[in-house]
Design a protein around this ligand. Structure first.
Ligand code: SME
Length: 155
């Protein structure tokens, strides 16, 4: 497909609905996960203007920074640490409305105010997480959880 995104004006639900098939088409037959993660991070950043969008990959006993869009970020996160390490350990989506209230939150940037982390699975084992940060508090809800999970399933 053409490397172009058509982002409608509208609410979050409408933007995600328009984005999902386009991301599906963008991935297409491509089997290289890093390349696909790079485009997913770019598409989410372009569609919503999130402060930071990126992936951390499970490598041995740590998460290691993968494809992302946004300011430079911490390279490694230990199992169970921060929002990302917690999503990895608990194998579930973690939605944080106010990062200052999340015990052990890892502040890569003081501008990040709310965050959602979605684990990715391969053969039922967590292999990566998608981390999305906003510079506004309370910027994520169940709509983000639903669609980001659907997007991660395409990878
Ligand atoms: N805040 C994350 C760390 C990653 S950065 O936000 C990019 C955490 O607490 O796991």
């Amino acid at each position: 497909m053409a490397e172009h995104l058509d982002i409608p004006a509208g609410n979050k639900e409408q933007i995600y609905q328009a984005l999902l098939p386009q991301i599906k088409a963008l991935i297409g037959e491509e089997t290289d996960t890093i390349a696909n993660m790079a485009n997913v991070a770019a598409a989410l950043k372009q569609a919503f203007g999130f402060f930071w969008v990126g992936f951390y990959l499970v490598k041995d006993d740590q998460l290691v920074l993968g494809p992302f869009q946004g300011p430079v970020a911490c390279t490694r996160i230990r199992y169970g640490k921060g929002v990302c390490g917690t999503a990895w350990k608990e194998e579930k989506i973690i939605l944080v409305q106010d990062v200052n209230k999340f015990p052990g939150h890892i502040a890569c940037s003081s501008e990040s105010k709310s965050e959602i982390v979605v684990p990715l699975f391969h053969s039922k084992r967590p292999v990566a997480v998608l981390d999305v940060d906003s510079d506004r508090p309370n910027d994520f809800n169940e709509t983000d959880a639903k669609y980001l999970e659907a997007i991660c399933r395409l990878l």
